[in-house]
Each structure stands twice: as structure tokens, then as C-alpha cells.
Design a protein around this ligand. Structure first.
Ligand SMILES: Nc1ncnc2c1ncn2[C@@H]1O[C@H](COP(=O)(O)OP(=O)(O)OP(=O)(O)O)[C@@H](O)[C@H]1O
Ligand SMILES: [Mg+2]
Length: 503
């Protein structure tokens, strides 16, 4: 049933002379909130928007950085009558999400599953890499890591018919160091890599024999020549072809990489898998075959909160939340809005922790999939540090361009204040100046001229009110909307947000 009108008002914007609305349409164009530490992002504009979205019936996904965020959302849901819709995915909790099983169903297994898993894993792994370490932008390094993931996952599927984190980890850990090792360990047959490799080979051989036996005798005779046989085999039995690629990759490419490159790649991939294999995240994301929560729950109006705050769980908390976020985003992109038009939000306070390389692409389609992204962060340099690379600033600004509404609270960061000021833009101001003219007789007159100036100068953001008892719990901020006018023919409005706002 479709019941969400894009023109439905979410926030009323009013001046003494005019009234306008910030609507659902604006919500699904995305929101970015900036402000210095303690400027009122979370308790001012953030809280109010969260309550409005909940009241309006949005589903959503909430990522967490601070340990108190869960309690805030429990309160928000309670205040808006949405407590029954809150699903908390947390250590020791009653919910779990098996991402491998979910991806497996989404892609139908086989090579599509490998593709999807590599896409998800590499997005998460890359988001977690230190951007200034230099290797993040090295295309060779990235390709080698992708290929390792592809081949380990394919090998796992060929050998065991499914993908499990434990198997991926064990295989990746025991890839022989050199060609000599490849032979000797094969004889001992003890290592996981060889076991998988031999099992895959046997499985493929069974398929090859079945295929050969199914051919008419005359056809079989025509394939006496080894080259003919192989050519036809590789066409007819896809797994034989796949196995050949896997074999080639490990023997020719991977084992012959230089020690340094190999150890970096090994370390990154195995390290990532290793973190997933440890509890509490193993129980939340891998252990149970059946998921009790999936991204689709958001479309049914549930609010999924992942309570693995980065401040407490650090890297693994971040990895797991980016993993869920990216899988969730892909699900939202595929949704059919004509059947279910319920808006959903993607909520990230301290959002710089959860940015990944596909975010800009996702934002490009977020509006048509009715996803309102709300990212809260202190300043632009936060994003630059996490998007990094040589074109950091350009990437950040173009990414911010995909979020239609921006709210700027008090800030001491010069870059962010300059950005806000430039975004709001210039206008002509009348300027009255004394001008002194020497003419026939000495006269003093007032001249009038127009001067182009910033509408809101960067320094003004330093002085905004930040809430708390000293400000009677009012938080000030400039709301800017890209494209069309907010109020009184302007693209921005200076607003007050009440920390004690009641829905
Ligand atoms: N519920 C509340 N009622 C009144 N004041 C509050 C409340 N929550 C926070 N404050 C105060 O209001 C100010 C703004 O706090 P808030 O946590 O919203 O800032 P923030 O911009 O999210 O900061 P940070 O970057 O540290 O997350 C702070 O001085 C804080 O002490
Ligand atoms: Mg905050």
C-alpha cells in the first residue's frame, strides 16, 4: 500500500511573514549536519529530525559510534510510539544477521555470489584502510587483493559447495609460500589449502567424467587429441574452466608475488576474516544459519540499530557496521517503490567512521529509492581524512553535493565555515560611503554603491548558540538547501532547534 506523499511536510520553516515546509521530498535528498564538538548536532537538529522521521513512519538503519546512542534511540522510539519497531542487533542480543547466507540467497550462489561477496568485502576492507598509508591508491595492490578474494571464494565454493568465513580464513592462511611448498604440502595433504584444492579438483573431475560419458562414442573418439579435449571441456563444463583459473592464479600469480606484496595482502585479507571469526561479532554475523533480521525489515518499517559502537568495539565495530550498511544500501537500491513507498533513513552520527567508496554512487540513486541519508559530522577535514587519497578534497565536496540539505551549527573549523559561507553564496549589498569631492567648491556628499559580499560570513558560524542551560536549550544553525529556495527567496534559513523538543 502506498501512502507516503512526497509533499508531506516534515519540518515547518517559518518567518514572521512567510511559512514554508521542508518535506519528504527534501528528506530523501539527504541531510548533512556539521558542527563543532558540543555544538548541538546530536541533541539539537539531529534529535529533532530523528523524532520527525520516526513520527512520520520511516523505517531505518542506525549506525553507532558512541555507547549512549542506543539509549537515545530507545527514548526516541518510545516518545514516538515506535518502540515495537526497534530492532537492536548487538552482542549477546537475540538478533543475528548471517551476511553470507543472505548474499547467497540474493545472488543464487555460484559466480554471482563470488562477485557480490568480493564487492562487499573489498568495499569494507578498503573503507577500513589507512588512507594516508599510500597503498590505498595503488591499483596493483588493489587488483591483487581482489584476485585473492575471488580465487579463495571460488575455491571454497568448488570444494565445499558453499562459503563459510572459517573456510575462507583457513584457506587464505595456508596458501603455500613457494612452488616447492606447493608440492611437499600437497603430499602431506594436511593443510587446509591443499585439502580444499584437492577436494575441488575431485569435484570437478566427477563433472568432467560425467560430461565425457554423456557424449556419443564417435564424439568421444574425436576428442583423442588433448588440446581438442581441453578446448571442448572448458566450454562444456564451467567449473572445469573456473578450476583452471584458480590453479593458474595460485601457481602462476599469487605464489610468485614478492614477499612484501604478498604479506601485505595476506595480512589484510586474513586479518579481516580473523576479526569476523571472533565473538561477539561471529555470533552476530556468521554463526547462525538463519537471520532474525535482514535489510528488508527497514522496508517493513523497522528501525535496525547496530549496537557495536566504534568507541567501544573499534575496528571490528566499524567493519561490521560498514558491512551491514553496504549490504543494506544494495538492498534499498533494488527496492520497488511502486509497491512499497515507505521512506527509510540511513542514520550515522559521527558519520566519517562509516564512509566507503560506493557512498557517492549510492547517494545518486537514494532519492529514487526513498532513502534519507542523515550524516552527522563535525567538519570537512573529518571526511577528508576518511575519504583520503590525493583527491580527498574534491571527493569530499562532490560527495557532499549529493546531500541536498545541510545544517551548519557552531563551528571553529575554518574549512567548514568557509565551505558553508561559500555554499550560501554571495549577494549584492548596498553600501553607503562618505565621498569627498574636490570641485569648484569643496563639498561632502554621500555616495551609494552596490557591493558583492558573502551573505553569511565564515566568522558568523563561530558564534552560534550551542544549547544547554546557558542558551535556554536552544541550538542555532543555518539550514541550506541545494537547488531551490527555502524561504523568502533565499536558499538558506537561520533556525533554532529546541533540545527539549517534544514530538
Ligand atoms: N538533552 C540535553 N539537554 C540539554 N543539554 C544537552 C542535552 N544533550 C546535550 N546537551 C548539551 O548541549 C550541548 C550540545 O550537545 P550535543 O551532544 O548535541 O553536541 P554535538 O554537536 O553532538 O557534539 P559532539 O560532536 O561532541 O557529538 C552540549 O553543551 C551538551 O552538554
Ligand atoms: Mg554528537
Amino acid at each position: 500500500m502506498n501512502s507516503f506523499d512526497l509533499d508531506q511536510p516534515i519540518i515547518e520553516l517559518a518567518s514572521p511573514s512567510e511559512r514554508n515546509y521542508w518535506t519528504l521530498r527534501h528528506a530523501v535528498e539527504g541531510v548533512q549536519i556539521f558542527g563543532g564538538i558540543g555544538s548541538g548536532k546530536t541533541s539539537g537538529s539531529g534529535r529533532m529530525i530523528a523524532l520527525k522521521y520516526l513520527k512520520a513512519g520511516f523505517g531505518g538503519l542506525v549506525l553507532t559510534v558512541k555507547p549512549d546512542e542506543k539509549q537515545s534511540w530507545v527514548d526516541y522510539c518510545q516518545q514516538t510510539g515506535r518502540s515495537n519497531d526497534l530492532i537492536v542487533l548487538e552482542p549477546g542480543g537475540k538478533h543475528n544477521f548471517n551476511f553470507l547466507a543472505y548474499e547467497s540467497v540474493q545472488s543464487g550462489g555460484g559466480s554471482a555470489l563470488t562477485e557480490n561477496l568480493v564487492d562487499v568485502l573489498k568495499t569494507v576492507i578498503r573503507a577500513g584502510e589507512e588512507k594516508d598509508a599510500g597503498k590505498g591508491d595503488d591499483p596493483f595492490w588493489e587488483t591483487a587483493l581482489d584476485m585473492l578474494m575471488f580465487n579463495v571464494i571460488d575455491l571454497c565454493q568448488l570444494a565445499y559447495g558453499k562459503v563459510a568465513i572459517k573456510d575462507l580464513y583457513n584457506i587464505a592462511q595456508t596458501i603455500p609460500k613457494d612452488l616447492e611448498g606447493l608440492k611437499t604440502e600437497a603430499q602431506a595433504g594436511a593443510k587446509y589449502f591443499h585439502k580444499a584444492f584437492e577436494t575441488a579438483k575431485e569435484n570437478v573431475n566427477v563433472q568432467v567424467e560425467e560430461w565425457f560419458a554423456s557424449l556419443p562414442l564417435s564424439h568421444q573418439q574425436r576428442l583423442q587429441d588433448e588440446l581438442d579435449f581441453e578446448n571442448e571441456l572448458l566450454e562444456a563444463v564451467p567449473n572445469a574452466r573456473l578450476f583452471k583459473f584458480i590453479d593458474q592464479f595460485f601457481v602462476e600469480n599469487f605464489i610468485s608475488l614478492t614477499d612484501k606484496t604478498r604479506s601485505i595482502i595476506d595480512f589484510i585479507f586474513s586479518g579481516f576474516l580473523f576479526r569476523l571469526l571472533r565473538d561477539p561479532v561471529y555470533s552476530m554475523f556468521c554463526r547462525h544459519e538463519l537471520s532474525t533480521v535482514t535489510p528488508e525489515d527497514s522496508l517493513r518499517g523497522k528501525i535496525i540499530l547496530i549496537n557495536l559502537p566504534v568507541k567501544t568495539y573499534h575496528k571490528v565495530g566499524r567493519d561490521c557496521q560498514i558491512l551491514f550498511k553496504y549490504i543494506w544500501q544494495r538492498t534499498m537500491e533494488k527496492r520497488d517503490v511502486s509497491r512499497n513507498d515507505r521512506p527509510v533513513f540511513l542514520w550515522a552520527d559521527e558519520a566519517q567512521n562509516f564512509i566507503h567508496e560506493k557512498d557517492a554512487d549510492f547517494q545518486a540513486t537514494a532519492r529514487s529509492s526513498r532513502v534519507s541519508t542523515v550524516y552527522i559530522s563535525q567538519n570537512l577535514p573529518n571526511y577528508m581524512a576518511s575519504m583520503g587519497g590525493k583527491q580527498g578534497e574534491f571527493k569530499v565536496k562532490s560527495f557532499l553535493g549529493t546531500l541536498g540539505t545541510k545544517i551548519f551549527h557552531a563551528n571553529a573549523d575554518i574549512e567548514t565555515n568557509k565551505y558553508a559561507s561559500e555554499l550560501i553564496g554571495d549577494a549584492f549589498f548596498e553600501e553607503y560611503g562618505d565621498s569627498v569631492t574636490f570641485a569648484k567648491q569643496f563639498s561632502k556628499s554621500q555616495s551609494r554603491s552596490m557591493r558583492l559580499e558573502r551573505v553569511v560570513r565564515p566568522e558568523e558560524f563561530v558564534r552560534l548558540r550551542t544549547g544547554g542551560p546557558n542558551n535556554s536549550f536552544w541550538v542555532e544553525g543555518y539550514l541550506h538547501r541545494q537547488g531551490d529556495m527555502v524561504l523568502k527567496g533565499q536558499n538558506y534559513i537561520k533556525m533554532l532547534f529546541a533540545q527539549n523538543y517534544q514530538p
